[in-house]
Design a binder for this molecule. Structure first.
Ligand code: ATP
Ligand code: MG
Length: 553
């Protein structure tokens, strides 16, 4: 877009920080928890964090927030790295919150020594009951006044694995009557005899999010720690730990989660779709994950463009899937190679055609001024799309009908002379004649036709499977509907056509390439392709078919 875009609120803050000399350059981080594949919401956060340091100088770290030993898996770490790179970003340092376990432990000891933390042997019910409510203050735990020496010794023993899970926790000593419930002596550490994917069995205590995130930011000298709105109440605690520990003052800024219409956007829900086999996996092309987008044929540029257009907000919002698809079309229109593929074939015989092995040359991409051309074999017997013929056409039907004329893309004008039927009355074939002087690029026929059809030569056609996708959910915001979000799954979100007929150049289709099947949509090769069978995914239709339906309705 040519026009100058106004700054978003984070850009304004950063520009002020740079102007005032607070920072010479900035440091951000993208902190995924490796407990699932990244989705479109994460893409927003990635584009934001990496985009800001690209714009203002500095760098972005990739930090795996792996403080919870139970849910994390290495498989997810690898997929997250692939996804960030695929989106076009490179991190400065690859880091793990678990790398800071020793440093965090030392921070906790410091707070105990300052009499700002204590070991509490109360069970979780008691701790919850003593917290009070938003309108009622809490009460102090009976362990709150333990001596510093006792606390140091007990915390050391918790670390050494002397106690079973749940026996005690380490809590910050703040204020049990604090108006912010999160400030009422929050838990910093819990005992968990669990194996961790990186630190193994070294640790028997694990830090809570609130005691890990801010300190990790500070260790990395993150200047702008950007997270989503649900962390607003945590900010006070984030600042409290940093202030009491007297470490680098990272600051937390919040923006609204990005939701996308006709889908769900939480790893927990997406995991359910996978586990309960509503989809075939995390990268099923109907999923809103980055790996699914990649498999389906979306481009990184189109996703970045979408994030840019939607911008960031301070209020929860649902971005329109149609806008994402618009961005995908915009990009694919520029780069996709045009190919001819017939989905539902009707054979035509050109009765006056006597050549064999004629080759026509067709432009790969009319949107590209440097477009290459490919050779497409033309012959006496061709397939056209069955729906491109009607025996008794309505007005303004510019395709084929008895006595009607059309151009075959890149080749000749033909006229339909006769529809041949079987005993049941089904049309099995069309007899046509062609106008020899009408060859594309050298047309001296002076005949004007309104319709152009795609076609393939019967004897040269290759076959493939195509998979057509529709929205995964029937309603705009399945999570906010009554009942379970899974009640709103669209049962018709996948249509498989086992055999389509394609021009032979597609034999050399590449995974990295994008194609426009003329009049059919944008397609890309799917990973299920094998020696025996090519499989193509429809990335997106040529037009917004849903918009049309709204108008019709
Ligand atoms: P989920 O609820 O899907 O598990 P999460 O927030 O727990 O998401 P994390 O891996 O912890 O996922 O998030 C990594 C980063 O991505 C965080 O900074 C988080 O705020 C951001 N993020 C996650 N979901 C969204 C979203 N829908 N919109 C914007 N940012 C998001
Ligand atoms: Mg999470």
């Amino acid at each position: 877009m040519a026009e100058e875009k106004s700054l978003n609120f984070l850009e304004e803050i950063i520009e002020d920080d740079i102007k005032s000399g607070k920072y010479a350059s900035i440091v951000t981080r993208f902190p995924p928890e490796p407990n699932g594949y990244l989705h479109m919401g994460h893409a927003t956060s990635i584009c934001l964090n990496f985009g800001l340091t690209k714009k203002y100088g500095g760098y972005t770290n990739l930090r795996f927030d792996d403080t919870n030993p139970v849910t994390e898996e290495t498989e997810y770490v690898d997929s997250i790295k692939d996804d960030v790179r695929w989106l076009g970003f490179e991190w400065k340092n690859e880091l793990y919150a678990s790398d800071y376990f020793e440093a965090l432990y030392q921070f906790a000891v410091q707070l105990i020594k300052k009499n700002l933390a204590y070991v509490d042997d109360s069970n979780s019910e008691t701790i919850a009951a003593e917290k009070g409510t938003p309108t009622q203050p809490g009460v102090n735990s009976k362990y709150r006044d333990r001596s510093i020496e006792d606390n140091l010794k007990l915390f050391e023993e918790m670390k050494a694995g002397k106690y079973a899970d749940g026996v005690s926790v380490l809590r910050a000593k703040i204020d049990m009557a604090h108006p912010n419930m999160l400030m009422r002596d929050p838990v910093m550490y819990r005992i968990k005899h669990a194996h961790h994917h990186r630190t193994g069995d070294t640790w028997r205590i694990y830090p809570m999010y609130d005691f890990a995130h801010g300190q990790s930011d500070s260790i990395e000298t993150i200047t702008h720690s950007i997270c989503t709105l649900e962390f607003v109440p945590h900010r006070e605690l984030y600042d409290w730990f940093i202030e009491k520990l007297e470490i680098f003052p990272s600051h937390q800024y919040e923006f609204a989660r990005r939701n996308l219409s006709y889908t769900v956007m939480s790893k927990r829900k997406l995991l359910q779709l996978v586990n309960e086999k509503h989809v075939e996996g995390w990268d099923d092309p109907r999923m809103p994950t980055i790996s699914a987008f990649r498999r389906r044929g979306y481009t990184p540029a189109s996703i970045r463009d979408f994030c840019d257009r939607v911008g960031i907000a301070k209020r929860e919002n649902v971005a329109d899937l149609s806008l994402l698809e618009f961005c995908v079309r915009e990009d694919l229109n520029k780069i996709a190679l045009r190919r001819m593929v017939v989905f539902d074939p009707l054979k035509i015989v050109i009765t006056n055609y006597t050549n064999d092995n004629e080759i026509v040359s067709v432009e790969d991409n009319p949107e590209d001024i440097n477009s290459t051309f490919r050779e497409v074999p033309f012959s006496k017997e061709l397939y056209i799309e069955r729906e491109d013929f009607m025996e008794t056409p309505p007005k303004k039907f510019f395709r084929l009908f008895p006595g009607g004329m059309v151009r075959l893309k890149g080749a000749y004008i033909i006229k339909c002379d006769e529809a041949i039927k079987d005993e049941a009355g089904n049309i099995t074939r069309l007899n046509c004649s062609y106008i020899p002087e009408s060859r594309s690029g050298n047309d001296t026929s002076n005949i004007k036709v309104k319709g152009t059809l795609h076609w393939v030569s019967v004897q040269h056609a290759i076959t493939a499977e195509v998979r057509l996708y529709d929205r995964l959910f029937k309603v705009e915001d399945p999570s906010s509907e009554e009942g379970n979000f899974k009640d709103y799954i669209n049962a018709d979100s996948l249509q498989v056509i086992n055999t389509v007929y394609a021009e032979p150049s597609l034999k050399n289709a590449e995974f990295s390439e994008r194609y426009q099947f003329l009049r059919k949509g944008y397609f890309t090769l799917d990973k299920d392709t094998s020696e025996e069978k090519m499989v193509f995914n429809r990335t997106v239709t040529l037009k917004d078919t849903w918009a049309k339906e709204v108008k019709k309705g």
